[in-house]
Design a protein around this ligand. Structure first.
Ligand SMILES: [Zn+2]
Length: 97
């Protein structure tokens, strides 16, 4: 389990927000039961893997990023640095809005 207090950097605006804020902002966008069931909490390391194919909304700029594009910053833990950090190569669109 990852701490909700970790700082997660947005690949769009470059600002960081607490992992818990990302998690809650995204969960709040899950409008139906299917979405809530499919939601992978950011506290789960799998959220940062490309194959998980889950998206999270930035609490600051409200752009969606794939979990694998997020970056954990302000930590000395090398294992955490290895998570995510993929560059944005595809335009992310949210068909639910
Ligand atoms: Zn952002």
């Amino acid at each position: 389990m990852l701490s909700r207090n970790l700082d997660v950097q947005c690949s769009w605006c470059g600002k960081d927000s607490a992992l818990g804020e990302w998690n809650d902002a995204t969960y709040a966008k899950c409008t139906n039961r299917e979405m809530k069931r499919a939601f992978v909490p950011l506290t789960d390391k799998r959220a940062f893997l490309r194959k998980t194919d889950s998206f999270y909304i930035c609490p600051k700029c409200l752009q969606w990023s794939r979990g694998s594009q997020l970056r954990i910053v302000h930590t000395d833990d090398r294992a955490l640095h290895k998570l995510g950090g993929e560059s944005i190569i595809t335009i992310v669109s949210n068909s639910n809005e």
